[in-house]
Design a protein around this ligand. Structure first.
Ligand code: FDA
Length: 508
């Protein structure tokens, strides 16, 4: 189909003819609320400038037929679709495109139905993980769900790319705990697990659903949580021996009991006009159990850290999610908020399979003085993550991973100069880390999207080899199966973007 303008009468008529429900909510650049709707869930301010390409239309579906009609009509009229659930894509792919496009904004599609007896929940794709935690907690204290820490992350993107958080060493990723899904495919049909078939259901749990369709909702398995969860946060600067402790941590964190996640947040602290400050490591632990038991484990396994009873706070599981979201723990309703403070950022990720030497770590800390707000996060693996086969779902970073690293540069200042300085920093750090991290391929986490790893053509098309370049970094050998699924379910490559899985013609 040739490209058309989404404001064309034909296109708008197509939408209303193909939707058998109420009127489709549509926002054009002439609608007064267009800009506020476009901007409201953008997390990365890098993609909010006037130079960022804007959609011809934003559609906020209230019913599945609204999504079906949008897919059918965009395909017919040669328009691209960007699907946005929580808007947290690191590279803005859910709301930016260089070719004429329409956004399906799912924020209004956010119902959550928790079934405690069945230990499951249906969650519409536009809900956030904070809303899911809150709605589960409203009904029961016995269950939780293993997903990320930041409450405004959307379940649409997060679950379809993996999704890890405080419970992942015990229960795996969010994507490991999906029981069923509803998806609109490239023909505008609504499919569930049974009708989409094993291959497509496999692909959308970790392979990025955006290459395959529009997820309408997920059915998730709730997981048991104890009455008490304990958290401690112990902070050490370099002067207090952080380097040796971080070095030691690499030999311990992935072998701790799976009820315990001991992550490391490394930042720069105490910087002022007179001093460049220091580097500080926060050992943040979330334990599914009581403080006494946690202290016992830490004394046995990591006595060097010197954790004391007064470092520990006991709370409920729901409160632990509120704590991790950095809200006061007695205000769980704050998990329902969809807006949060936003910054400019660029991130990259790595997986570590051999402990890094003390000298290697020191070289990383030295780079912390080069920008204003650097952050590096180490998330330990092991436990359940090492047991799930790397072919079970497309997410393949399992056995043998000690921890994942995320490198982040944050900044608050507009303009090319600040942007270049910070983005260049992430690239330099990434280069420096080459000898210390996974190789052949150097793996990365799909949900920490990084276009530096490789890109399709601007219009989203790519040859197999071109896409394999970035694809095996995210998915390893599972990339080939993703290509086979894509070739079968979307041979015309309707759902595409800068890092979508391409179809190959030979498979048609
Ligand atoms: P967004 O709406 O931007 O979508 C992301 C991608 O998925 C886009 O390509 C989009 O088109 C596609 N998509 C979205 N909805 C879809 C649907 N319904 N059907 C098909 N495709 C769809 N990760 C993690 O594992 N643990 C964590 O703790 C965190 N924490 C965190 C904090 C912050 C502040 C940010 C910005 C990000 C994270 N993440 C994370 C990363 C997060 O998991 C990742 O960015 C997700 O893709 C975000 O999903 P959203 O729906 O919010 O994004």
């Amino acid at each position: 189909a040739s490209s058309t303008s989404a404001a064309d009468l034909n296109f708008l008529q197509c939408l209303s003819h193909n939707s058998n429900h109420s009127k489709i909510p549509i926002y054009t650049p002439n609608t007064s609320s267009y800009t506020s709707i476009l901007q409201f869930s953008i997390q990365n301010l890098r993609f909010i400038s006037s130079a960022t390409p804007k959609p011809q239309l934003i559609i906020t579906p209230l019913h599945e037929s609204h999504v079906q009609a949008t897919v059918i009509c965009c395909r017919r009229h040669g328009l691209q679709i960007r699907v946005r659930s929580g808007g947290h894509d690191y590279e803005g792919l859910s709301y930016v495109s260089d070719v004429p496009f329409v956004i399906i904004e799912l924020a209004e599609y956010q119902a959550i139905d928790v079934d405690v007896e069945d230990a499951s929940a249906w969650v519409q794709a536009g809900a956030t993980i904070g809303q899911l935690y809150y709605r589960i907690g409203e009904k029961t204290r016995a269950y939780g769900f293993p997903a990320g820490a930041c409450p405004t992350v959307g379940v649409g993107g997060h679950f379809s790319g993996g999704g890890f958080g405080a419970l992942f060493r015990k229960y795996g990723l969010a994507a490991d705990n999906i029981l069923d899904a509803c998806l609109v495919n490239a023909d505008g049909e609504v499919l569930d697990k049974e009708s989409m078939g094993e291959d497509l259901f496999w692909a959308i749990r970790g392979g990025g659903a955006g290459s395959f369709g529009v997820v309408l909702s997920w059915k998730v398995r709730l997981v048991p949580v104890p009455p008490i969860v304990t958290i401690f946060s112990v902070v050490k600067t370099l002067e207090q021996g952080a380097n040796a402790l971080v070095h030691r941590w690499q030999y311990i964190a992935d072998k701790l009991p799976r009820d315990l996640l001991n992550a490391l947040l490394i930042r720069r602290a105490n910087a002022s006009k007179e001093s460049e400050g220091t580097v500080q490591a926060t050992f943040l632990s979330v334990f599914q159990g009581e403080a006494e038991q946690l202290i016992h484990i830490m004394e046995q396994r990591f006595p060097e850290l010197g954790v004391k009873r007064e470092d520990c706070i006991e709370m409920t599981y729901l409160q632990s999610q509120v704590y991790l979201a950095e809200f006061p723990i007695d205000s769980p309703e704050l998990l329902l908020q969809r807006n949060q403070s936003r910054k400019f950022f660029k991130a990259k990720s790595d997986y570590v399979k051999e402990p890094i030497s003390e000298i290697g770590l020191r070289g990383l800390w030295e780079r912390f003085y080069e920008i204003e707000v650097p952050e590096v996060i180490f998330s330990p693996y092991g436990g359940r993550m090492g047991e799930i086969l790397d072919t079970e779902i497309p997410y393949n970073h399992r056995k043998g991973v000690i921890y994942k690293i995320q490198y982040l540069a944050w900044w608050g200042e507009k303009g090319r100069k600040a942007s270049k300085k910070n983005i260049d920093w992430t690239r330099r750090v990434y280069k420096y880390m080459t000898p210390y991290v996974s190789k052949s391929p150097r793996s990365a986490y799909f949900n920490y999207r990084d276009l530096d790893l490789g890109q399709n053509n601007k219009n989203g098309t790519a040859s197999y080899l071109q896409a394999r370049d970035w694809g095996i970094k995210y998915f390893g050998n599972n990339f080939d199966r993703l290509v086979r699924v894509k070739s079968n379910v979307d041979p015309d490559n309707f759902f595409r973007n800068e890092q979508s899985i391409p179809p190959v013609r030979a498979c048609r």
